[in-house]
Structure formats: structure tokens, C-alpha cells
Design a protein around this ligand. Structure first.
Ligand code: UGA
Length: 407
């Protein structure tokens, strides 16, 4: 089929690459000149494992452009533009703009909303455009986006028009994943309910972690392991730490909670999950103060990891960055190191190597689960493991999230 993908972020670029790999002819539309130039030159402007190779391998079936008129003959156009949350409300202007532009150019395409949009968006959009609209949310994670797109757990397709739904079902049939065909609204809500549930799971285990810290002999890692053997609970997303970040969980939980409140059907559990997550940073600063003294002014704190999780250079919604902002408020001197994130952050000293960063600091916080941190051994300063990846035996002066203070 002839496929268009509008918006070449993590989702759009990976969708374009995987659909080209499956034998389709794909045109990716991107209006940001710098980003577009990166894809055109074969150097993707974002770091996502396997993406560069995927694009290289399938370049004969992949084209990149800023020109919407190239979508004229497309069978399916995926919209994968951003849907930011502004003042707790979703901003749909990018998706409406992209949909209207595609609608003007396409002769026959089915328009597919890949971006995360609040329930009712497809219905609203269909009042403005003539092409059939399908809601096909994605469930891929950054860092494993290529594999997640090739082999999703499920494909959800929401549509009024059953021919349009069938066409989109066909394009994903190579994945072999179970297909759920439903209404646009159900598809839209499945995405939010899934992300909110996963975020809640994380906040739940983070509260259990707080409790473990006050129970001599307790360790959240073991508690989570014991819970995870139960098939009804499952072991995933039960890793306690600094709290969830990224471009999805914080924005999606906040958008669905305020949407539900407007409908007088508040999601109190999701609201609590948001609150627990936001309190994580204070908790970490409290532990730090307990261990190295209330006065952080002038103390040199190493924050290891800036990305919102490992295997990405993405700092959107990053908890480590929030932690740094909080430490700077205390007038601490922040040293930071991340193997991938190389941007300038005002007010901190960024190191190019791990050893240098640790050497120049009075205390160390591990804030992202990068593999290269897991073998750290530091005997001469306080270390706080906020991601539970370190071996306590490798430290003299050590605290970890969810590990009892008295062992
Ligand atoms: C998330 C979802 O997992 C995807 O299914 C979804 O498609 C995506 O959002 C999206 O809506 O686009 P992503 O944000 O890439 O994916 O990253 P996750 O792997 O879910 O991690 C999110 C955050 O939760 C990270 O900060 C991670 O460190 C944290 N986390 C994750 C934990 O603290 N504990 C866990 O057990 C798991």
C-alpha cells in the first residue's frame, strides 16, 4: 500500500520504518526543516535503538518530505504529530491542522490518528474533514519502539467506517497481534486507560517502597518480585524508583484526569498516582538531607542520568531534571553525567565521563537506570540509589529507594 506518515517523532519515524520494512511504500511528512534534513541524510535526529538501521535498510521504499501534496495517492495516512498538555488540558491544534492539510491533498486515503487524543477527538474531527477517520493508538515504549511496533501485544482499531477499519487492520496483519475493532471513542480511551493504569502501578509500588524504608528488614525489590509471580498482578511496571517521566505518562495522566473531572466523573486513583509521582522528588531530597545534612548549599551533588529512562536521549518529563531543579533551589552545586544526553543545562556542571563526575562530588544520586552505572563501587561518599540498580555491598555509606534504613 501507499502510506503517508505525518510527524516524524519517535512514533511517526518508527511507524514509517516498520511499515516500509513490511513492503509498503511510505512517505514521511515533517515540517521541521532540521528534523527532516536528518531523516533525508540517513542520520535520524532522535536516538532510538534500531531506527537508523531500519531506515537505512528500507530506504528504497521510504521517502521524506515537507510537502503534503505528496500524500495525494496515499491509501492510508497516519497522523503522529504531538498532542501536548497545556495547563492540564490537551492541545489538539497540531492534529487538527495536520488532518485538515492531509484532507485537502488526499484523493482517497483513510486518515489514522496515531497520536494520543482525548476521547471524542475523532468524532470532532469528522465534522471538519471528509476522509474516513480511524483511531489506532500506539503502545510502544521509547527505547524499544522498533521491536514494540513490529510485535505489539495488540492492535486497537476504532472506526465508524468498517471498510476503513478493515484496511488499517490489513496493514498491521503482518504483526500477528490480536486485533480489537471497536468505536473511535473506545480506542481513544483504551490508550489513556492503559497508560494511566501503568502509571498507577508505578506509583503504587513507589508508595510501598516508602513503607519498606520504615520497616527493618524490608526491601521493595523482593516485595515486588513476590507480587509479580501472581499472574493477575504480573511483574511488569513494578520497579520502584524516582517516579515515572517521559513524554507520555505525565502528560496523559494529567490530560485524562482533567478531562474526567470536566465530565464530573473524576479519576481519583489516577489523581493520587499523579500526586505520589510528584512527591518522589521531595522524598529523594529528604533522604539526601537526612544523610548528608539539612544544608545542601554549596554541597556538590552528582546526579547520574538525565534521560527520563535508559536507552534514550529524551529528557521530556524527566524526573532527574526535576530533581536537579529542586537541588538548585537548595543552592546545591549540581554535577551531572549521562551517556546520551549532551544538552546544556543552566546552573549545573555536566561531565563527559562518569568517574570525573563522581570524583568532583560530595554525594551521588543514581537517577536513570543506565547499565553502565550498575557496577559502581564507591566507598568514600554517600550514594543514593534512586533506581534500584546498585549492589549495596559496593558502598560504605548507602541508601536505596524502598530498602529499609535498618537492615
Ligand atoms: C509509555 C508506555 O509504556 C507505552 O506503552 C506507551 O505507548 C507510551 O508511553 C506512549 O504513550 O507513547 P514510554 O514513555 O516510552 O512508554 O516509557 P516507559 O517504559 O513506559 O517508562 C515510563 C516511565 O516510567 C520512565 O520514567 C520509567 O523509568 C518509569 N518506570 C517504568 C518506572 O519507574 N518503573 C517501572 O516499573 C516502569
Amino acid at each position: 500500500m501507499k502510506i503517508g506518515v505525518v510527524g516524524l517523532g519517535y512514533i511517526g519515524s518508527v511507524t514509517a520504518g516498520v511499515l516500509a520494512e513490511a513492503g509498503n511504500s511510505v512517505i514521511g511528512i515533517e515540517i521541521d526543516a532540521k528534523r527532516l534534513a536528518g531523516f533525508k541524510s540517513g542520520e535520524p535526529p532522535i536516538y532510538e535503538p534500531g531506527l537508523k538501521e531500519l531506515i537505512e535498510k528500507n530506504h528504497s521504499r521510504l521517502e521524506f518530505s515537507s510537502d503534503y501534496s505528496k500524500l495525494a495517492d496515499a491509501d492510508i495516512v497516519f497522523l503522529a504529530v504531538q498532542t501536548p498538555t497545556v495547563n492540564e488540558r490537551i492541545d489538539l491544534s497540531y492534529i487538527f491542522d495536520a488532518a485538515e492539510k492531509a484532507n485537502r491533498q488526499c484523493k482517497k486515503a483513510v486518515l489514522v490518528i496515531k497520536s494520543t487524543v482525548i476521547p471524542g477527538t475523532a468524532r470532532e474531527l469528522s465534522k471538519k474533514i471528509s476522509l474516513p477517520i480511524v483511531s489506532n493508538p500506539e503502545f510502544t515504549r521509547e527505547g524499544t519502539a522498533v521491536e514494540d511496533t513490529r510485535k505489539p501485544d495488540r492492535v486497537v482499531i476504532g472506526a465508524k467506517d468498517s471498510n476503513a477499519a478493515d484496511l488499517v487492520g490489513k496493514i498491521w496483519s503482518f504483526t500477528g497481534a490480536p486485533l480489537l475493532k471497536t468505536t473511535n471513542e473506545n480506542a481513544e480511551l483504551i490508550k489513556y486507560a492503559s497508560n494511566s493504569f501503568l502509571a498507577t502501578k508505578i506509583s503504587f509500588i513507589n508508595e510501598i517502597a516508602n513503607l519498606c524504608e520504615s520497616i527493618p528488614g524490608a526491601d521493595v525489590e523482593i516485595v515486588a518480585k513476590g507480587m509479580g509471580y501472581d499472574k493477575r498482578i504480573a511483574p511488569y511496571f513494578l520497579k520502584a524508583g524516582i517516579g515515572y517521566g517521559g513524554s507520555c505518562f505525565p502528560k496523559d495522566t494529567s490530560a485524562i484526569a482533567s478531562f474526567a473531572k470536566e465530565l464530573q466523573s473524576p479519576l481519583s486513583i489516577v489523581e493520587s498516582a499523579i500526586k505520589v509521582n510528584s512527591d518522589r522528588i521531595e522524598r529523594i531530597v529528604d533522604i539526601l538531607k537526612t544523610e548528608i545534612g539539612k544544608e545542601l548549599k554549596g554541597k556538590r551533588i552528582a546526579v547520574l542520568g538525565l534521560a527520563f529512562k535508559d536507552d534514550t536521549d529524551d529528557i521530556r518529563g524527566s524526573q532527574p531534571i526535576r530533581l536537579i531543579e529542586r537541588l538548585l533551589k537548595e543552592s546545591a552545586a549540581v554535577n551531572a553525567y549521562d551517556p546520551r544526553v549532551k544538552i546544556k543545562i543552566d546552573g549545573i556542571t555536566r561531565f563527559e565521563n562518569l568517574e570525573g563526575c563522581i570524583k568532583e562530588s560530595d554525594a551521588v544520586i543514581v537517577a536513570t537506570e543506565w547499565g553502565e552505572f550498575s557496577n559502581l563501587k564507591i566507598m568514600d561518599k554517600f550514594v543514593l540509589d534512586a533506581k534500584r540498580i546498585l549492589n549495596p555491598a559496593n558502598f560504605n555509606n548507602f541508601r536505596a529507594i524502598g530498602l529499609s534504613w535498618e537492615r
